[in-house]
Design a protein. Structure first.
Length: 320
């Protein structure tokens, strides 16, 4: 049974949350797995990874750790038995809709890849520049922070509640090179996305684009951290939209069929008022004879009528 909170709001009411990077997780990974729903799914009962979705050749692996701080772990390798070329992790606060930015790009890359070649887009080496990777963010108004450490670049959202930190020092090939973050510091408030150094640039760009997308995402009120609600805009989902009023139609011109139907209807109406039996016909004939015989005779005045005098009394009345 749902119990409303003291403020009178239904905790299970669905709301649109904006900006999306502060919406947090809704507790399941459906949105992140949707782009690869056609890939093999492996439900694991033992171990921290509860669901593993892989490309058909198992070069791409997407793991969901339902109870860990590191909720998502995505890797790509040269083949099913090789060590990962790169790794991307998303913590438990990151909205799955942002994970979908990466999984959508991976599904597209795999569909375009030649299974007999080693030049799949999801395995390409990133270039030594950062401007292209963050273009979706700068196009959305994010600006560079001049206070970043030497050898790093940081781009901050206009509200100051999200950013991307790029480490150009790259001390190790498998080291963390790019971090996307959103929300104030804290275990339950800050979303974190980490990419290792050899992650292809276009995959980082796809994830950043999903983060900067202005479209809100749906959450139930109780799924939002209380300390985050003053940072977001909540709009109740309209579940009972009023129907639009009917559009009046202009009258159409009658068709030949309409004209014939009208003529038939009128004929039937007249026929209904004609005498139907021999007795009716005799009565109708008698009435006709009586009316003809009385047309030549002046009718006697009724009780309320009096004879009018002639206009000229000297002129005699003509006899019949």
């Amino acid at each position: 049974m749902r119990h409303p909170r003291p403020d009178g709001q239904d905790p299970y009411q669905e709301v649109l949350v904006s900006p999306r990077y502060l919406a947090g997780s809704n507790g399941n990974g459906e949105a992140g797995f949707a782009p690869v729903a056609h890939w093999p799914h492996h439900h694991l009962d033992d171990g921290p990874c509860q669901l593993l979705v892989t490309s058909p050749d198992q070069r791409v692996r997407i793991g969901w750790f339902g109870d860990d701080f590191e909720l998502w772990k995505i890797t790509a390798a040269q083949d099913a038995l090789s060590a990962p070329r790169w790794t991307a992790t998303f913590n438990h606060v990151t909205p799955a809709e942002i994970v979908a930015g990466l999984t959508t790009a991976l599904a597209h890359d795999y569909a375009e890849a030649d299974p007999y070649e080693d030049d799949a887009l999801f395995l390409t080496n990133p270039p030594h520049r950062w401007s292209d990777a963050v273009r979706p963010l700068t196009d959305a108004g994010w600006t560079r922070d001049g206070g970043a450490e030497r050898g790093t670049v940081e781009i901050i959202a206009p509200d100051g509640q999200a950013g991307i930190l790029i480490d150009n020092r790259r001390s190790r090939p498998d080291g963390e090179a790019v971090e996307l973050w959103a929300g104030p510091p804290g275990w339950g408030t800050r979303a974190e996305v980490l990419f290792s150094a050899r992650t292809p640039e276009h995959l980082i760009t796809a994830t950043a684009a999903a983060m900067a997308d202005p479209a809100p995402i749906v959450r139930e009120r109780h799924q939002l951290e209380r300390t985050m609600k003053h940072l977001v805009t909540l709009t109740p989902v309209n579940q009972t939209a009023e129907p639009l009023p009917p559009v009046p139609r202009a009258p159409r011109a009658p068709t030949p069929l309409d004209v014939r139907r009208t003529a038939v209807t009128q004929a039937l109406h007249r026929a209904a008022h004609l005498p139907q039996t021999a007795a009716d016909l005799r009565v109708m004939a008698a009435r006709s004879r009586t009316a003809t015989a009385t047309r030549g005779r002046p009718s006697s005045p009724g009780p309320a009528l009096t004879a009018k005098p002639l206009a000229n009394p000297s002129v005699s009345r003509r006899s019949r």
